[in-house]
Each structure stands twice: as structure tokens, then as C-alpha cells.
Design a protein around this ligand. Structure first.
Ligand SMILES: C[S@@+](CC[C@H](N)C(=O)[O-])C[C@H]1O[C@@H](n2cnc3c(N)ncnc32)[C@H](O)[C@@H]1O
Length: 437
């Protein structure tokens, strides 16, 4: 059986240099660990991946050869060690140094164990005197290194949000997000869910909004929380839970969800419709349709049927047919960085370029499917004007038969939710009504 720090180092290596997802890789490793070990590995992986740039910057101050020139496994050992010294509040510095030296030896870097020892000891000794890029000389460099984000992303947000909001957003993206569940109100009420979770020893509290939302305050492993197989709940962020309420479908309606997998919002729509009516849930990837179907089965939903469909080319037979149409578009995901810290390293500015074109094509196809007097909602989980406000503006200019339709909290008919303001994921929503001919 491998020890937790060894597991953490291996996962960090896979996430930083082999494009692995931290949550999936962690889940796979987690089942073999006890609760204490799992918490440690989770903290080390998320913390090290998140603070990669800041930790590399600090390590490089005490290395004669750049960190980036070392083998990935050795870099991972040094980074995990540095994370424990720089950011972890519960691991004593000397223990972090000692365990990192042992890891270097176990991973066949015996000749470099002295270097690991020296660098981490130096880092520890200089606590309180670490130097960062000069904020006055190089604001982008400072924010990028201190908060550990790529330069292009800091530049993008500085341009869009200004210095104050950008700095708050960068800090919020490093916070540990709350774990929230949506009650499956087709099976039980929120009060019943809270009662049953508490009876099983899970710490839980009701969210002030939306009415189905609860936050887990104390739990061990998600899969051990009662009610998963019984379909009592689904994991969903508070911002994401807003979307179905903005779509606001009624029982008996015809609803089209153009980009529906894995089914978080589409199953929420079914709940709000008391599972009465018809929801057509499309996705372009066949394997993802299965995720929607599995969720429907677990949650006991019958009103959703899945269709393998490219949303840029929706069938003409669907034109003017749907009372509600949701476009929860493929996007850059910059609003969910606090949940998936590797997004910041695995994406590049160039990856964002083609998205607005795709989003516009989907919106255009979706607009044709809205029945007269029906409602169209556009949402993304990103913070990037080109994919959000710009796409919404383009739509408004090119589809005059649609009028922005405000809702409580969004008097302009569109809203950008920001993690540092709402303590939720970053989300964008816009809503229009099609004229009633
Ligand atoms: C943001 S996710 C949707 C999340 C989903 N609405 C939920 O709440 O669980 C975007 C989805 O769009 C799908 N997608 C990407 N391009 C598409 C296209 N051209 N047509 C239909 N679906 C597409 C992706 O496979 C992905 O599942």
C-alpha cells in the first residue's frame, strides 16, 4: 500500500504534465484510503495544483538550476513539499522537509535527496521573507505569481473587470468551494432530506436560495452520504441551480435543452415541471447521453428523452415547437476554477478563440425552435465577455423578434455571477422572450 504523500506526488505529476483531471484521478485513488489519508491526499493535490506557479516561483529562488528543467517526478516532490511549507496550516515545516527527502529517495533520486533537503530547508528558514514580483513595476506579473494564475488570464480579467475586482476574483478562485446538493423534490422535500442526512451523521444546512439547495458542512466521502442510490439528491453548485429557475418551465410544457449532458440542469427542469410534459435533452457526444439517462434513472425522471444531436444544426421539424429552450453552452469554464484548479494550466488563451462562434451558431439554431411567446435562456460557466455579454449582445442585435426578459436579481435580463460576490461558481445567464405572433 502506497503512503498518502507518494499518491499525492503521482497525481500532481499526472495533472500538471499529463492532462489528467484532479477530481477523477483523486476519486480513483481515494477508495483505498482511510478518511484521514484521503483528506491529506486531497489537500496536497488540490493545493499543489492550485498554487503551482507561486510555489515554482518560490522554489526557483533557492535553486541554482531552474525547477522546470528537472524530471517531472522530482518537480512534483518539491512542489508538494513547498505547498506544505508555504500554504498548509496543519503540517509542521520540518515534517514537510523530512517526508519530501524520503520521497526523493523512494523515487530513485537518492543522489538529489540533499538538494531537496537544502531547498526546502531554505524555503522554511526564509518564511516571512519570501519575495514576490514587484506590484508597482509589473502588476500582471505580481497578480499572476502571487495568486498563481497564468498571465493571459490575469490580463483578460484586468481588462474586463479592473484591478480591484480581478484581485478579489483571483483570491476567491483559490478558496475551497462549498459542496452543495440539490434535493430531488420528486422524491422528498428539502426538510426531509436534511432530517435524513443529519440522522446519518452528515453536517448539512439549507441554502437561503434556491429552495432545493443544501450545503454539506461535515461529511467524509460523498459516496457514503445516504440517498445517492435512492435518488434523493444530486451534486450541483448554487449558481448552476439558478439556471432552471430562470428557464422557469411549467408542468406540461415542451422544453428543449440543447447541450444537456451530464444532465444537472435538465433533471432540475424536470423537477420544476413535476416530471410532467416533455423535455428533449440533446448532446453531441453519445457517451454523454448515457450520463443523462443514468441520472434520470436514479432520480426517477420519465419526462426527459435524450437525442444525439449537434445543436448547431437542429432539425427543422423542431422549429417554433418549444415553450422553453435552454442553451447551456460549451464554454471555457473559467467560472469553475475553484472546483477544477487545473483548468488554469490546461487552457491557453488560444483555446477561447473559437468558442463565441460555436456559441452563436448554437443560439441561432436554438432560437428557431422557440415557440411564439416562448422563452430562450443562454448560460455559461465562464467569466469572459466574449463568450458572455458579447454573445448576448450579438443575439439581441440579430434576432429582433426576441426581447430580453428580466427576472428578480437581473433587471437587465442578463447577469454575470462572480465567485467573490456571490460565493458561487462564475456563471452568465441571459433570458429572452420570443414575440407572440
Ligand atoms: C456546459 S456543458 C452542459 C452541462 C449540462 N447542461 C448540465 O447542467 O449538466 C456543455 C455540453 O455541450 C455539449 N456540446 C458541445 N458541443 C455541442 C454541440 N455542437 N451540440 C450539442 N452539444 C454540444 C458538450 O458535450 C457538453 O456536454
Amino acid at each position: 500500500m502506497k503512503e498518502p504523500r507518494q499518491i499525492a506526488v503521482e497525481i500532481v505529476e499526472q495533472v500538471l504534465w499529463q492532462q489528467a483531471y484532479s477530481n477523477l484521478t483523486l476519486n480513483k485513488a481515494a477508495s483505498a484510503l482511510d478518511s484521514r489519508e484521503r483528506k491529506l491526499v486531497t489537500e496536497l493535490v488540490y493545493g499543489t495544483v492550485k498554487y503551482y506557479l507561486a510555489l515554482a516561483w518560490l522554489l526557483n529562488q533557492f535553486l541554482s538550476k531552474p525547477l522546470e528543467k528537472m524530471p517531472h517526478r522530482l518537480q512534483a516532490i518539491l512542489l508538494v513539499g513547498a505547498y506544505q511549507i508555504v500554504k498548509s496550516e496543519r503540517i509542521p515545516g520540518p515534517a514537510a522537509v523530512h517526508t519530501s527527502v524520503e520521497l526523493a529517495k523512494k523515487n530513485k533520486f537518492t543522489g538529489l535527496a540533499g538538494l531537496v533537503n537544502g531547498v526546502l530547508r531554505n524555503l522554511l528558514r526564509n518564511q516571512g521573507n519570501w519575495s514576490w514580483p514587484d506590484r508597482n513595476q509589473d502588476l500582471v506579473g505580481y497578480l499572476s505569481v502571487f495568486y498563481s494564475y497564468p498571465r493571459w488570464l490575469v490580463q483578460l480579467w484586468l481588462k474586463e473587470l479592473g484591478e480591484e475586482d480581478t484581485e478579489k476574483l483571483l483570491a476567491a478562485g483559490n478558496n475551497i468551494p462549498p459542496l452543495t446538493l440539490r434535493t430531488n423534490t420528486l422524491r422528498l422535500t428539502r426538510a426531509e432530506l436534511v432530517e435524513r442526512l443529519q440522522a446519518a451523521g452528515t453536517g448539512v444546512k439549507e441554502l437561503s436560495w434556491p429552495p432545493e439547495g443544501v450545503e454539506l458542512t461535515d461529511f467524509d466521502l460523498l459516496t457514503r452520504i445516504p440517498g445517492f442510490a435512492e435518488g434523493w439528491w444530486l451534486v450541483q453548485d448554487q449558481a448552476s441551480m439558478q439556471v432552471a429557475h430562470v428557464v422557469a418551465p411549467l408542468p406540461g410544457m415542451k422544453v428543449l435543452d440543447t447541450c444537456a449532458a451530464p444532465g444537472g440542469k435538465t433533471t432540475h427542469l424536470a423537477q420544476l415541471m413535476s416530471d410532467q410534459g416533455e423535455i428533449v435533452a440533446c448532446d453531441i457526444h453519445p457517451h454523454k447521453l448515457k450520463l443523462i439517462e443514468d441520472n434520470c434513472l436514479r432520480l426517477g425522471i420519465k419526462s426527459i428523452h435524450t437525442v444525439l444531436q449537434d445543436a448547431t444544426a437542429l432539425p427543422s421539424a423542431w422549429h417554433n415547437r418549444f415553450d422553453r429552450v435552454l442553451v447551456d453552452a460549451p464554454c471555457s469554464g473559467l467560472g469553475v476554477i475553484r472546483r477544477r484548479p487545473e483548468i488554469r494550466w490546461q487552457k491557453a488563451a488560444a483555446d477561447l478563440k473559437s468558442l463565441p462562434e460555436l456559441q452563436k451558431r448554437i443560439l441561432q439554431a436554438a432560437a428557431a425552435c422557440v415557440a411564439p411567446g416562448g422563452i430562450l435562456v443562454y448560460s455559461t460557466c465562464t467569466i469572459n465577455r466574449q463568450e458572455n455579454q458579447e454573445v448576448a449582445r450579438w443575439f439581441g442585435e440579430n434576432f429582433p423578434e426576441f426581447q430580453l426578459l428580466p427576472w428578480e436579481g437581473a433587471p437587465a435580463g442578463e447577469i454575470q455571477l462572480l465567485p467573490h460576490r456571490e460565493n458561487s461558481d462564475g456563471f452568465f445567464l441571459a433570458r429572452w422572450r420570443k414575440e407572440d405572433k
